[in-house]
Design a protein around this ligand. Sequence first.
Ligand code: GUN
Length: 171
Amino acid sequence: MINTESKIKQIIEKLDLLPHPEGGYYKEIYRSSGIIQSQSLGSEFSGSRNFATSIYFMLTSDTFSAFHKINQDEIWHFYDGSPIELHVISVSGQHTQHIIGKDIFNGEVPQLVVPANHWFAAKTIKDDDYSLVGCAVSPGFDFRDFNLPTRQKLTERYPQHKALITSFTRI
Ligand code: GUN
C-alpha cells in the first residue's frame, strides 16, 4: 500500500497542481474564451472577466484553506479523498458550516455553492488524508477579486467568531 504522502505527491504531479495563496494546491483547467465587458459587471469588478473558470483544488490534512472571499458565487464539487469541512461567514456575521463529501445520507453534500462576497474557509476532516474537489466560478476567477484578510482584520469585524477565525487564518 502506498502511503498518503506519496499519494499526495503523485496527485500533485499528475494534475500539475501549484500551491494556492489561501492554502492547498490548485490547477486551473478551464477558462472560457468569452469575455464579459466590465460595464456588464457590478462595480465590484475592476475590469472585464472571462465568462467562467474551473479549477482542481486539493486540501491535505497538514494545511487548510484560509478565510477569504471573492466577488462571485463559487461552486465546489467533491471528487475524491476525505470529506471537507467548509465554514461560511456572511457579511452580517452569520456562520454556517457544511460538509462536502459523498455520504448524502449523513448530511454531506457532493456539490456546494458558496455565495458571492461571503468569507469562507475549509479543511480536510481526516488526519493523514487529502480532499480533491473542483471549484467553478462565473464570472471567471481573477486574483483582483480575491480578498485574503489578516486574522486581526477579520477578528475585529467578527469578534464573536474569534476562535474560528484564529484556526482558519495564518497571516
Ligand atoms: N483560480 C485561482 N484560484 C482560484 C480559486 O480560489 N477559485 C477558483 N474558482 N478559481 C481559482
